[in-house]
Design a protein around this ligand. Structure first.
Ligand SMILES: NC(=O)c1ccc[n+]([C@@H]2O[C@H](COP(=O)([O-])OP(=O)(O)OC[C@H]3O[C@@H](n4cnc5c(N)ncnc54)[C@H](OP(=O)(O)O)[C@@H]3O)[C@@H](O)[C@H]2O)c1
Length: 337
């Protein structure tokens, strides 16, 4: 039986939800427009990869970092768990811990953080909430910023700073090796080779597994790759902010993961009446879900890391992995940015 476009899409969403429900036997409360499953609480920390793979974030697909480290494409950004101005302790400590645990329950196995978030607070919360870590959880941290105060970010790419930051992050995260370590910014005041050279040595010493860059051009990536293998790039990007389109295309060609920061435009792209909101209303989804579904569709190397301090928003965001945009909706959103 043929259905109208809208009816057909709705039917496909319901059918997908029913298939997942039958497969997993979940209760299904609504989180925004797309449902997510209720999972048991994270009592058993060492959940096997098989059980993790059956969770909603897994619907986003799997990307192999560096060709051999699997993560579900829809991840989580842990910057918003700290206090205001990305400074100090969260207003609600229990809620921050709950968000992290719920993310893992929902199948998120890529968590992005940095020593500078808080500073230190985000990494400490991750260890408190999740250590001993479930099998297959990849924590991606960063170094390269000092934090003199709320909303203040001061680049520091000096080798001694980067090395000390790594050792402190290892201690806070209770890890022997950080799976993905990203240079938060290339510091123009420090020789490029010294910064990447420090990361190379940390890798040789077994303190970090894979290396990523943040806020870089294609030329920066190519220069860095002459010194050390690069597996990820983290640049600002969302459906409504696409200045780094050429970097994304390069990553796709080179099979480097692209982690868009501000994937929800820091919340600003979600306002009522926005292009995302209009498509969302038609699809019975939320603007955040449409933004994330658009990103996941944009490129197979896209690994969105939306940030939130609320379980409700987290559930809504992870459920976006189950939302499929039609080519028409995808193009309509692309044209508005
Ligand atoms: N490499 C870099 O230089 C860099 C820079 C910035 C960020 N990052 C990383 O990228 C991650 C993502 O960026 P981001 O967290 O700054 O921005 P974002 O994901 O674009 O947006 C987060 C903001 O949107 C709100 N939000 C989240 N889900 C929502 C929903 N479903 N409905 C309505 N509002 C929602 C959050 O508020 P609530 O808390 O109220 O949900 C928060 O204020 C960060 O967590 C961090 O890990 C990296």
């Amino acid at each position: 039986m043929r259905r109208s476009g809208c009816e057909g899409r709705k039917h496909r969403r319901v059918a997908l939800a029913q298939r997942l429900e039958a497969l997993l036997g979940w209760n299904r409360p609504s989180a925004g427009g797309v449902n997510v499953g209720m999972m048991p609480s994270l009592g058993t920390q060492h959940a096997g990869e098989a059980s993790v793979a059956a969770r909603p974030a897994a619907t986003s697909g799997t990307f192999l970092l560096g060709g051999d480290l699997p993560v579900h494409r829809l991840g989580f950004g842990a910057m918003r768990l700290t206090g205001k101005g990305i400074w100090g302790e969260p207003r609600d400590h229990g809620a921050a811990v709950a968000v992290l645990r719920r993310a893992v329950e929902l199948g998120v196995n890529l968590i992005d953080t940095a020593d500078s978030y808080g500073p230190e607070v985000s990494e400490r919360l991750i260890a408190e909430a999740l250590y001993p870590y479930p099998l297959g959880l990849v924590i991606a941290s960063k170094a390269g910023f000092e934090r003199p105060g709320p909303d203040q970010w001061k680049m520091n790419g000096r080798p001694e700073h980067l090395r000390a930051a790594c050792e402190d992050s290892l201690r806070r995260l209770k890890l022997e090796r950080i799976d993905l370590y990203q240079l938060h910014r290339i510091d123009p005041a420090v020789p490029f080779a010294d910064q990447l050279g420090t990361f190379k040595r940390l890798q040789e010493e077994g303190k970090i597994r894979y290396i990523g860059l943040s806020e870089v051009s294609v030329a920066d990536i190519e220069r860095a790759r002459k010194i050390v293998p690069i597996v990820t790039v983290q640049n600002r990007y969302s459906p409504t902010d696409r200045q780094h389109e050429s970097v994304l295309d390069y990553c796709e060609r080179e099979r480097l993961a692209f982690l868009p920061w501000y994937p929800l435009g820091a919340g600003a792209a979600l306002r009522p009446g926005s292009p995302l909101a209009k498509v969302a209303a038609r699809l019975q989804a939320t603007p955040a879900q449409v933004a994330l579904a658009w990103l996941l569709r944009r490129s197979p190397v896209m690994l969105p890391i939306p940030g939130t301090s609320r379980v409700q928003h987290l559930e809504e965001n992870v459920a976006a992995a189950q939302l499929e945009l039609s080519p028409r909706d995808f193009e309509a959103i692309a044209r508005t940015s």
